[in-house]
Design a protein around this ligand. Structure first.
Ligand code: PLP
Length: 388
């Protein structure tokens, strides 16, 4: 029998608390966690079976499972996104963030410009302070339809600043859930070629793209392969952040040779359990992910509809991708950091917007990757705490 979204629509809250993960460990019923970009419905059965087998065998020694990581990743990308990366050009990394920092190290020098797209996944704003590079903001702009990329602005930024060497894309975009269209991607690649930029394309949220939008892995664009590194993992899809396994995927041997300036020992090597877990999920997780994406498609609509009906002062646009909603609280005049203000009034713990940079003022990010019951509990709390 095929898996249906309803089969996955349950969170064992007591089990989550007992599991002691970052998201649920402090839950005592007084507040609900929506602050971290992790969903509550994993992991897929194939992953649990494989890990149980290895734990039973005590198979924790040095390993060569990485040899199967590239092929499993390539198979998943082919089936899910119509892109077939060369497994021989897939470099294991401990995390996507490690991969991004390694790309900064390999392809830029201190003082070089690194383009970011705020409001942006907040750790990226640490690239400047931690590496001596200059981050240059290419902010998304908002109109009545939602958040958009302004390609004319990108053209101006690049014309004005020849020191920009790297574009860090978040594709799809955390926190707005925006998906770049094929035409927009083509223009980005054209400008990157003209100004000889490398593009770090963080595609970690690409498995959660809903009907109406399509994810195009960047290397599929003409001219992109020679200047693109795709950084991704199964962490968002399979809720396996604690297993610390990701990939940096190249489509050009010369670009990979430049990346290899970063000593392999600094990348650390991935652990056996993380590697085996994601291989099992990539090999056998299609049906499970189809059901999960259908459930979160339902959730995103439910959330936006309920807020529009019951709390119209909270402004939100239907995300095209991700299990994240980017809520504008400015009409409510939050006092102090918006996450703390909202948590104090509602018991719903969201990530505050200001660390996301320009566009983060008066915003919070809410994770709706949970069950319908938990989502409704959070929405009830928002409505009770903010109405009136
Ligand atoms: C866009 C984006 N990139 C990277 C990460 C983190 O991935 P990792 O834990 O593999 O560094 C996240 C997690 O929230 C994310 O949303």
């Amino acid at each position: 029998m095929p898996i249906s979204p309803d089969d996955l629509d349950y969170v064992d809250v007591a089990g989550k608390v007992a599991g002691g993960g970052y998201k649920w460990a402090d839950h005592d019923g007084s507040s609900f966690p929506a602050f971290v970009a992790e969903h509550d419905l994993g992991p897929p059965p194939a992953m649990v079976e494989r890990l149980s087998e290895l734990v039973g065998l005590g198979a924790f020694g040095y390993h060569d499972a990485v040899a199967r990581l590239g092929p499993a990743f390539s198979g998943w990308m082919t089936r899910r996104h119509g892109w077939t990366p060369d497994p021989g050009l897939v470099v294991p990394t401990v995390s996507v963030l490690q991969g991004v920092w390694a790309v900064v190290e390999a392809f830029t020098e201190p003082g070089d410009g690194v383009l970011l797209t705020p409001p942006i996944y907040f750790p990226f704003n640490q690239i400047g302070p931690t590496t001596g590079r200059r981050t240059v903001d290419w902010p998304l702009v908002r109109d009545s339809e939602g958040w958009h990329y302004d390609l004319d602005h990108l053209e101006l930024l690049l014309a004005d600043d020849p020191g920009i060497r790297l574009l860090v894309l978040c594709h799809p975009h955390n926190p707005t859930g925006r998906v770049l269209t094929n035409d927009q991607l083509a223009r980005i690649v054209e400008l990157a070629t003209e100004h000889d930029l490398v593009i770090a394309s963080d595609e970690i949220h690409s498995d959660f793209v809903y009907p109406g939008a399509t994810h195009r892995p960047l290397p599929l664009l003409d001219g992109a392969a020679e200047r693109t590194v795709v950084l991704t993992s199964g962490v968002k899809t399979f809720a396996m952040g604690g297993l610390r396994t990701a990939v940096a995927s190249f489509s050009d041997e010369r670009l990979l040779a430049r990346f290899n300036r970063v000593p392999a020992e600094l990348l650390g090597g991935v652990n056996r359990l993380g590697c085996e877990a994601v291989i099992a999920a990539w090999d056998a997780g299609d049906e499970w992910v189809d059901a999960l994406v259908a459930l979160f498609d339902r959730h995103r609509r439910h959330l936006v509809d309920r807020l529009a009906d019951e709390l119209p002062k909270v402004r939100v646009h239907l995300p095209e991708a991700t299990f994240l909603a980017w809520l504008d609280l400015s009409a409510l005049g939050p006092d102090g950091p918006p996450g703390r203000w909202l948590g104090g009034r509602t018991g719903v713990s969201c990530k505050s917007g200001p660390p996301f940079g320009i566009g983060g003022e008066d915003h919070v990010r809410l994770t709706f990757g949970t069950s319908t019951v938990v989502l409704d509990e959070m929405l009830d709390r928002l409505v009770d705490g903010l109405r009136g």
